[in-house]
Design a protein around this ligand. Structure first.
Ligand code: AMP
Ligand code: TRP
Length: 331
């Protein structure tokens, strides 16, 4: 007998090319969990608009994100692909949750504090209640796990607090969600390896899932290391390359270079060449699938519309339940 798969929601903002940090922190786990759980994968455009963006770019960015999800191996027969703004229950639920969330909780979130400091325009309400919308995404599907990278842990912590606040006031309704961290939950920048790999640091600091082989080779060859020859504690850049090698290369390759490092005989140029080869063979099939899918925009569009509709049906049930608990069911 087929058991019912538990559901969960996870999402990525459509803010440009997805990189191997996004892949390892989130998408790879989504794919590994596809048989065990019913995943609802959102392209969270309402989150993306909390920071400055160009409206003309948004449709392409949403489509690009969908292509990346599918090319990475998300199976539309097992998982639901959706666009957040097509399911209004998300913003409606966020409003309900806003009313049980003290402003001070939102102000304390490290990513909010950091962004508030960086942005030169004044902070908008959307940025402050960003994690409340994220909590809404999560609770609408009664998610108990949420696969994300390490940087999202404070958001998950806040989501749990919001769930406790809601359940405490209105009775048990939502599950407390827990972060699911896969291997590679914090991949560092290639150029500034004390910071996490991120779109905002520019294309040289990340390997995009859609990068061509020569781009991958060039970026890896320029990755910051140290002057060598190894031994002792690793510098951040070297540690990051070993982390990538432990994921993308064979065990033999990893131990070979680790031994050279320990024996102070490592040549980083050799290590980088091998790592680039392995990255290219791991990402090659993905790039090809992406190229093939990009020729079928109607198919992808259709999946997104159907997926959003399906997600909306599930979300609606939870929203009704929450409104009833809050005394907002009248007729
Ligand atoms: P974002 O691009 O901020 O929407 O992030 C999408 C997902 O990728 C989230 O689950 C992040 O935690 C994850 N992520 C982003 N950057 C990294 C990174 N450098 N290492 C691991 N996971 C990451
Ligand atoms: N805040 C997440 C990020 O930047 C994206 C996100 C929005 C998300 N809603 C979510 C992730 C719900 C997991 C679950 O990466």
């Amino acid at each position: 007998m087929r058991t019912v798969r538990q559901r969960y929601f996870s999402g990525i903002q459509p803010t440009g090319e997805l990189h191997i940090g996004n892949y390892l922190g989130a998408i790879k786990s989504w794919i590994e969990l596809q048989d065990e759980y019913e995943g609802i994968f959102g392209i969270v455009d309402y989150h993306a608009i909390t920071e400055p963006y160009n409206p003309e770019d948004m449709p392409k960015m949403v489509m690009d994100a969908a292509l990346d999800y599918l090319a990475a191996g998300l199976d539309p027969n097992k998982s639901i692909l959706m666009i957040q703004s097509l399911v209004p229950e998300h913003t409606e639920m966020a409003w309900l949750l806003n009313t049980v969330t003290p402003v001070s909780w939102a102000q304390r979130v490290p990513t909010y504090k950091e962004k508030a400091r960086q942005l030169d325009v004044s902070v908008n309400m959307g940025l402050l209640s960003y994690p409340v919308l994220m909590a809404a995404d999560i609770v609408l599907y009664k998610s108990s796990i949420v696969p994300v990278g390490e940087d999202q842990l404070p958001h998950l912590e806040l989501a749990r607090e919001i769930v406790r606040a809601f359940n405490g006031r209105f009775g048990d309704t939502f599950l407390e969600p827990h972060a699911y961290l896969g291997r590679g939950a914090r991949i560092m920048s290639l150029t500034e390896p004390t910071k996490k790999m991120s779109k905002s640091l520019g294309p040289q600091n990340y390997i995009a899932l859609a990068d061509k082989p020569d781009e991958i080779r060039r970026k890896i060859s320029r990755a910051v290391t140290d002057i060598g020859p190894g031994g002792g504690p690793m510098s951040p850049g070297v540690r990051n390359l070993f982390e990538l090698m432990s994921i993308f290369s064979s065990e033999e390759t990893y131990s070979h270079f680790k031994r050279l490092y320990d024996e102070r005989k490592i040549r980083y140029s050799d290590m980088k060449q091998k790592l680039a080869d392995d990255l290219i063979s791991a990402l090659g099939p993905l790039r090809e699938r992406r190229l093939a899918l990009s020729l079928r925009p109607e198919y992808v569009r259709d999946l997104l519309i159907k997926g959003s509709r399906k997600a909306g049906e599930i979300a609606k049930q939870t929203l009704i339940e929450a409104k009833e608990k809050m005394g907002l069911a009248y007729f």
